[in-house]
Write a protein that binds this ligand. Structure first.
Ligand code: FES
Ligand code: FE2
Length: 412
């Protein structure tokens, strides 16, 4: 029998996390970031009950494009069917359970198991079982195709991100991420086109990414991008210029109207015009949030001209795969006139060399800082984590969200 999350953490830790006054609360202990057993609990109970981001629809742009991937250690296939639909299947042959797709493929009309040649359609249907019964078309003793297709996995696409719900029991995706949909539905994000794609691993637990959904770190981590405290907080009153909103399965960072408008103009590499704007398709009276996270593992940042989603998939307690993409107005990425401006956007996010190791740009800077947090979690001192009432309500919310989901699954 597996240990419950309550037994694993102990009542005192859970109570400390939930203390009513945030300044008094204490964060989850180091072992939830370093222990294989906790990742096993997340893989068994947390991720399967959620809508987890896994890839981008633009990773399989054409019918017949196929990409294997893993979620919770389970081998899966992402593909685009001949009807243009994105689908996900278990990457397991129904004969003697062999991996069917070993590497990304294009222009496929079917999938063939490498072991005994069973063939599946892009809709998962079993098409052929050559010589199963000694005959080329298996007519003597046919395999029942109606129950031996590739096993489909529940998936849906929202604003280019492919989400998977492994246990098949989550709310419909649009309900699951409702606060995010409400925040962004006035924008024609769907029509944007991918202009850049990046992927790397970094040595930190996946949860540290979601705990980064605060702006307190900006001035220290993002030199050259967000480097003035006066852009983040009213220095006279101590009031942040960002509304930090946690709502259901979403975290939102929404700039207040009171934020000085001067910050955007100061920076040489701020994205913006003259790239074509993300089209607005409905009116919206208040500013929308720019930096958003769909729990458990997907972030979506949006500004006037770019949509920047990222997906974080745990590989090990201390290792995470970051899948990152940049979307721009239709045609912009292919248009030479816009290319220099797109490069500026990418410089801002990835640094001029585009290399994680060089720690330039928002993503490498953040991921490097998460590696420092991970290393610190080898120390017992890292069990004593504090939250700022002014800035870090979202961080505690996320930790409690993880805990609540693990508790809820165990109650069922
Ligand atoms: S295991 Fe796939 S055809 Fe035999
Ligand atoms: Fe950051």
């Amino acid at each position: 029998m597996t240990e419950s999350v309550r037994d694993y953490l102990g009542e005192a830790v859970i109570k400390a996390l939930r203390r009513p006054v945030l300044d008094d609360a204490r964060g989850l202990p180091a072992k939830v970031y370093t222990d294989q057993q906790f990742l096993a609990m997340e893989n068994a109970h947390l991720f399967p009950s959620t809508w987890t981001g896994v890839a981008f629809a633009s990773d399989v742009p054409q019918p017949g494009d196929v990409m294997p991937f893993e979620l919770c250690g389970i081998p899966l296939i992402l593909l685009r069917g001949e009807d243009g639909q994105v689908r996900v299947f278990q990457n397991v042959c129904r004969h003697r359970a062999t991996i069917v797709v070993q590497a990304p493929l294009t222009a496929q009309s079917m999938l063939k198991c490498p072991y005994h040649g069973w063939v599946y359609g892009l809709d998962g249907a079993l098409i052929a079982t050559p010589f199963w019964d000694g005959t080329a078309d298996s007519h003597r003793l046919p395999v029942d195709a109606s129950c031996n297709g590739l096993v489909a996995v529940r998936c849906d696409v929202w604003n280019h991100v492919v989400f998977v719900n492994l246990d098949g029991k989550a709310l419909p995706l649009l309900e699951y991420l409702a606060p995010m949909q409400t925040e962004l539905e006035h924008l024609a994000i769907d029509e944007l086109e991918v202009g850049h794609r990046e992927e790397w691993t970094f040595n930190a637990n996946w949860k540290l990414v979601m705990e980064n959904w605060e702006v307190y770190h900006h001035v220290w981590v993002h030199e050259g991008v967000f480097d003035r405290m006066s852009d983040e907080v009213d220095l006279r009153t101590g009031e942040p210029y960002t509304d930090m909103i946690a709502d259901g399965n979403a975290l939102l960072l929404r700039y207040k109207a009171s934020r000085p408008q001067t910050w955007a103009r100061r920076r040489p590499n701020v994205p913006g015009q003259p790239l074509p704007p993300v089209r607005q398709v409905a009116p919206r009276e208040t500013p929308h949030s720019t930096a958003n996270a769909v729990l458990p593992n997907t972030t979506v940042t949006i500004n006037d001209t770019a949509f920047v989603p990222a997906i974080y998939l745990p590989i090990a307690p201390g290792k995470t795969l970051a899948r990152m993409a940049w979307y721009f107005a239709p045609g912009a990425a292919q248009d030479e006139r816009f290319r220099p401006h797109i490069e500026k956007v990418l410089d801002r996010w990835l640094g001029p060399t585009r290399r994680f190791e060089d720690k330039g740009g928002i993503r490498p800077q953040d991921h490097h800082c998460m590696e420092l947090q991970q290393r610190a979690r080898s120390s017992p001192v890292a069990d004593d984590v504090k939250f700022s009432t002014t800035w870090e309500a979202n961080v505690r919310y996320f930790q409690d969200w993880v805990l609540r989901r693990l508790e809820r699954v165990e109650e069922v």
